[in-house]
Design a protein around this ligand. Sequence first.
Ligand SMILES: [Zn+2]
Length: 315
Amino acid sequence: MVDATATSGQPCDLCGSASFEQISSRDRHGKPLATSVCLACGLVAHAAIPSEEDLDRYYTSDYRQDYHGELTPSPRRVMRAWLNGERIHAQLKPYLPEGRRLLEIGAGIGCTVKVFERAGWNARGIDPNVGFLNYSRERLHSQVTVGGIQSLAESESTDVVLLVHVIEHFRSPHAALTRIRSLLPRGGHLYVECPNLAAPFAPFPKLFHFAHIHNFTPITLERMAAVCGFRLVQRFGDARDPNLQMLFAADSAATVDFAGGLAATRESLGRAAPIAYHLRPSYLVGRTKKVLGYLREHLSARAFVGEIEARCAAS
Ligand SMILES: [Zn+2]
């Protein structure tokens, strides 16, 4: 670990401390990217939080926002997104009252929104990337509009919010979750999925990515939610799962004791040694299954997507 003190000038988004230690100087592609851990709570984030302008520039080049909605996603991409939406729906169904209002922030192609709509929900989504918008609307008939969390109307309200691989992109997850809390009645739900820094899924130097501004462990995610008014209802997946999957209920903002957070983060980072992980028999079996899965996917995606487009058109 690099032993240096990094100051972005911004306090920690979770606990407000200004005391950080730099833990990495490179991103997963070897480009310079300083990453720090908060010495008070263990939250890991970029040492310098990028400005809105920096992020706009990054997303404009990376996600090609100049396509104005005319992109068509590949069948494989649609099939994966649809199956992921079905997984999320099946996972959450036992915990949620049926057929309420649902808002997905960062809805992507709109498959998850459509899966919930077809299950009787009043479901809609917003996404800042306009690339697949026409496809979502015209082929899936999914209620997805262009926008980010800032674009939500003052009076907006809903019963459930989904944040799937989105929270790590926020400049301030604290501000975002506080805004989301204001959309929900007490007892409403928030579901968050994001990369799990505590899972040994990548070699240490490969962990960090410019677009992932905050990197959560199970502890820092649960505490971030707690300070913003959410109580953990259920954590899905196990400790080795590369993604955190947590369902929260809207409650009162809690006063959180940050003790143990830093030690847990350090332990996670110390464990991020890839060799043993990648040679585990279960990893190799999983990997082989995945490759076979790709093959099956390639062969069946077109038919699968044709069928869901027909179902969506008919509903
Ligand atoms: Zn902190």
